[in-house]
Design a protein around this ligand. Structure first.
Ligand code: ATP
Length: 242
């Protein structure tokens, strides 16, 4: 058996939106078992990269490799092993938490056992009969993660999962992601909350204007003697004064 070091790789990936290069030659390597943090300012191209990996958007050129597979047909099979939340997870507000999860479960050919299992993982079992319209943002994000877990993914791809959450909800999501990671799920995450990212990420890639300007491990970040925010602000030429 060949040991694969990376769960996702991209090589010189480009996405051109009518003359605008949202991804301009992106090469990343997401180590298997990592928590990989994608960092960049608003509009840097992070969501675009995630959509390309997931196949929600077609690349202009370049290569996407998931679990060592890069042929289009094989890629689609591998994408079935990725759970994701891109932007805000969408639910049927008038339906209960359970009914929404069951709806998603059926799309994966799963049933009530799996629904209960994923709701338990995100600690929403006690709210399963509550309508989603009565859910807080944090509960919605947890429900989004529950649905993303339905296919037993090897990789979770999460676009700003803690955006707008209170500190308690943020720490709950952190513990949940750490637990999942310990169980072997690789996590690819974008976030603007750098202090939070620094607590969990094992690897980082920094994106500016559609390009990856730097990739490094958390160990290398530590060795630099800088915290993540200082490192990022220096890269983007921002003000690093407190
Ligand atoms: P944020 O942190 O604000 O979520 P981001 O890094 O995820 O930003 P993207 O959403 O990938 O950034 O957008 C990158 C650039 O591509 C932006 O300038 C955006 O306007 C542009 N863009 C994204 N989607 C489209 C589209 N469908 N058509 C045209 N331009 C687009």
């Amino acid at each position: 058996m060949i040991f694969l070091e990376y769960i996702v790789e991209t090589k010189d990936l480009k996405k051109n939106y009518k003359g605008f290069m949202a991804n301009d030659g992106v090469s990343i390597q997401v180590p298997k078992g990592s928590i990989f943090g994608l960092i960049g300012r608003n509009g840097a191209g992070k969501t675009t990269l995630m959509k390309l990996i997931l196949g929600f958007s077609n690349k202009t050129s370049g290569e996407i490799i998931i679990n060592g597979k890069s042929e289009e047909k094989e890629l689609w099979q591998e994408r079935g092993r990725i759970g994701s939340i891109i932007e805000v997870p969408a639910f049927y507000d008038e339906m209960s938490c359970y009914a929404n999860t069951m709806y998603q479960a059926k799309l994966h050919g799963k049933g009530k056992n799996e629904v209960n299992e994923v709701l338990k993982k995100v600690d929403l079992l006690k709210f399963k009969h509550r309508k989603v319209k009565a859910f807080s943002l944090g509960m919605r994000q947890k429900l989004g993660i529950a649905c993303a877990l339905l296919g037993n993914p090897d990789l979770l791809l999460l676009d700003e999962p803690t955006n707008g959450l209170d500190p308690v909800a943020i720490s709950e999501i952190r513990h949940l992601l750490e637990d999942l990671n310990r169980q072997g799920v690789s996590i690819f995450i974008s976030s603007h909350i750098l202090g939070e990212m620094e607590k969990i990420a094992t690897d980082y890639a920094f994106m500016i204007d559609g390009k990856i300007v730097k990739s490094l491990s958390s160990k290398e970040l530590k060795e630099s003697g800088k915290d993540l925010e200082t490192y990022f602000l220096e890269l983007v030429g921002g003000n690093t004064n407190e």
